[in-house]
Ligand binder design. Structure first.
Ligand SMILES: C[S@@+](CC[C@H](N)C(=O)[O-])C[C@H]1O[C@@H](n2cnc3c(N)ncnc32)[C@H](O)[C@@H]1O
Length: 238
């Protein structure tokens, strides 16, 4: 993707957050612009052409904002000919613990023609509606190891044979980059909630083994170098 088109897509995807707050808009612009995950989401073969999404720990819903913006540009004939058509949202449900993030997402998506719902709740106990894609982006390390495993088992049971689980996890064996990444997460939680969280990481090998033991086949996906020890994993029911 060219730098010019990337900038245009970031502008389009962050625009709905203007109605939520200046902070929400700046955060969206910064995160969508800098995090290579979002470009990687458009790689062929990662996401289905059209699907129902369940985004656990969705924050302010950047995943939905990004895919909706891509679809809008495609519909307007402003999509580069050298890129595959973007994946489409048939339906999107987000689950998020932090009430302020839920409010930002709901405000941003108020006028969205696509079916978007962002629910307040704890992903460990929230119902898991039928979905083609379940995502856990930078979120699993917020819950203890036994709850990680229980949630992953519930997701496996909820996914159909064509379903996909998309995760991004940190590699606790990666040394300083991992520690910097977790420090950033801790400071964000401190700023929002006034407390320092306890985080629960695992080395990448252990994440992959856990997923395989639960009944997923896994593949790690390229995501460029984000400067942190984060890995994108596509897991499908084995
Ligand atoms: C680092 S942010 C990532 C947000 C989003 N996935 C993204 O990539 O933009 C992690 C999010 O997970 C949320 N979270 C943490 N524990 C959660 C839980 N048990 N249930 C739902 N959300 C949770 C946090 O409030 C935070 O918004």
């Amino acid at each position: 993707m060219s730098a010019t088109f990337h900038k245009r897509l970031v502008t389009e995807a962050s625009a709905p957050y203007r109605s939520a707050s200046p902070w929400a808009w700046h955060f969206a612009r910064g995160k969508l612009g800098a995090d290579l995950l979002f470009t990687a989401l458009l790689d062929p073969g990662l996401l289905p052409a059209r699907g129902r999404y369940l985004d656990l720990g969705c924050g302010q819903g950047l995943l939905a904002a990004w895919l909706l913006a891509a679809a809008r540009l495609h519909d307007r004939g402003q999509w580069p000919a050298d890129l595959p058509p973007p994946p489409r949202l048939a339906d999107y449900q987000g689950v998020e613990l932090l009430a302020a993030a839920v409010r930002r997402a709901r405000t941003a998506f108020t006028d969205s023609p696509a079916p978007i719902r962002v629910n307040s709740g704890d992903m460990c106990t929230a119902p898991l509606p039928a979905a083609d894609v379940v995502s856990l982006i930078d979120v699993l390390h917020y819950i203890p190891a036994d709850r990680q495993e229980a949630l992953l088992r519930r997701i496996r049971d909820s996914l159909g044979s064509d379903g996909r689980l998309l995760l991004r996890v940190g590699d606790a064996a990666a040394g300083l980059p991992y520690r910097l990444s977790r420090l950033t997460d801790s400071l964000v939680v401190l700023a929002h909630c006034g407390r320092f969280p306890r985080l629960h990481g695992r080395p990448l090998d252990a994440w992959l083994t856990l997923l395989q033991n639960i009944g997923f086949r896994t593949e790690t996906r390229p995501m460029g170098s984000a400067g942190f020890a984060n890995t994108l994993i596509l897991a499908q029911v084995a």
